[in-house]
Design a protein around this ligand. Structure first.
Ligand code: ZN
Length: 139
């Protein structure tokens, strides 16, 4: 089961790549222009996230991604990292999944190792280690 914090990070990362969120089956389409200000989520992003929470994620989904947010918050799904681009992607907790599940398949020139990866305000150690290994910094 994906925690709401993880789902929030997942949305934040994809918004930074320009993916949009379809709310209420696309009746409303959201894509905050600014996701992170310094080390915090932007008010624009928080407002968007609150809207998702208010609807409990029902009929809300990221552009190009099948499972809706309420499914991601259910016990059947978790958030994993894409093997191609390390972005957070939905993964079925049990059983096999037909599609790779990562929206990176329809973003041209992604992953782009010349650009910094989208990030969440929580800079944990594993994230830093990943950046370090990308930069090939020797300890
Ligand atoms: Zn990917």
């Amino acid at each position: 089961m994906a925690s709401s914090e993880k789902v929030k990070q997942y949305l934040a990362c994809w918004f930074q790549l320009g993916k949009r969120l379809f709310v209420d089956n696309g009746r409303e389409i959201l894509c905050p222009k600014t996701v992170i200000i310094q080390d915090k989520y932007s008010p624009e992003f928080e407002a968007c996230w609150n809207k998702v929470l208010k609807m409990e994620g029902h009929n809300c989904y990221l552009e190009g991604v099948e499972p809706t947010i309420d499914l991601l918050l259910s016990s059947a799904w978790e958030i994993a990292s894409c093997v191609n681009c390390q972005m957070p992607i939905p993964r079925l907790d049990l059983g096999l999944q037909a599609s790779p599940g990562c929206p990176c398949v329809d973003i041209p020139l992604w992953p782009n190792t010349d650009l910094p990866l989208p990030h969440s305000p929580i800079n944990n150690r594993s994230h830093l280690n990943r950046i370090r290994s990308r930069l090939n910094i020797k300890h």
